[in-house]
Design a protein. Structure first.
Length: 276
């Protein structure tokens, strides 16, 4: 009887130890939510996430329901789950409009490309996805290389205040940028006005070129676009939690699974940040 009692007691202690070990392991891989982080990321009691349909690699409309989907939507919902707050998805059709909405305090987190002009108002995480910016040109265009685009007489359609608009504004010296409200509209204007090029994200440009033999996507890239999560400046505790959250989402495979599920498996998950 005593032996049975000891055996039962030891089994109970072993179970408790295993539960404690599991808890410690889970805490090691998931950032602990401090009250300050929750109140800064969800000051209204809900997490307001800006979703940009202008970048189809990260967000798309479900063709059946019209509801947002994609890796950025998955990340927003997972963050809300961990914070223990409901998630409100606020959708935009262009990255520039997401940034402009910051002035009215419309959102708590956003999914945008890192850029110095934006970093004055937004605290960014390290990137979670890396994509490339390149050009679409007419099939018979004499422009053969990325460098050829920056010459007199070349007009480049670009989504206003997109990551590539901000970058090309700083780097192009001779070509002229033709800004339109959204990135998808850049292709429309490029075709309608017979411009020399349209700038955009590699994946949607490539898909368009495959079904339109009158255009081609140029080889190479003019920039690497680092897609990150961000929160308005001044929310230090929230920004720190967000930074740790993104790193865990990359290393756990969450980001890769989200890209694959939304048909964007050819996009590249960013490497783990050096500050970790």
């Amino acid at each position: 009887m005593n032996a049975l009692h000891r055996s039962t007691g030891e089994a109970g202690r072993t179970t408790v130890l295993l539960l404690v070990a599991a808890l410690l392991l889970s805490c090691a891989s998931v950032p602990i939510v401090l009250p300050g982080a929750r109140s800064e990321l969800a000051p209204t009691g809900k997490l307001r996430a800006a979703i940009n349909f202008g970048n189809p690699v990260l967000a798309q409309k479900d063709p059946a329901s019209g509801e947002p989907r994609g890796v950025s939507v998955d990340l927003a919902r997972e963050l809300g789950r961990r914070l223990g707050v409901p998630v409100e998805l606020i959708t935009f059709d262009a990255a520039g409009k997401v940034f402009d909405a910051l002035k009215t305090g419309a959102w708590d987190i956003a999914f945008l490309a890192i850029d110095p002009a934006r970093a004055t108002e937004i605290t960014f995480t390290a990137p979670y996805v890396v994509i490339e910016g390149t050009y679409l040109v007419p099939a018979d265009s004499p422009l053969r290389t990325i460098q050829d685009v920056d010459r007199d007489g070349v007009r480049v359609a670009v989504g206003n205040k997109s990551a590539y608009d901000l970058y090309l504004t700083r780097t192009l010296k001779r070509a002229q940028l033709v800004r339109v409200p959204t990135s998808p509209e850049a292709i429309d204007v490029f075709l309608k006005d017979k411009l020399e090029a349209a700038a955009g994200v590699k994946q949607p440009l490539l898909q368009f070129a495959k079904t339109h033999p009158n255009v081609r996507m140029m080889d190479g890239r003019f920039m690497v676009i680092e897609q990150a999560m961000g929160t308005p400046r001044g929310r230090e505790a929230g920004a720190l939690y967000l930074r740790e959250f993104v790193e865990e989402m990359k290393t756990s495979g969450f980001v890769a699974r989200g890209l694959e599920k939304s048909g964007q498996g050819d996009a590249t998950v960013a490497p783990q940040a050096l500050f970790q």
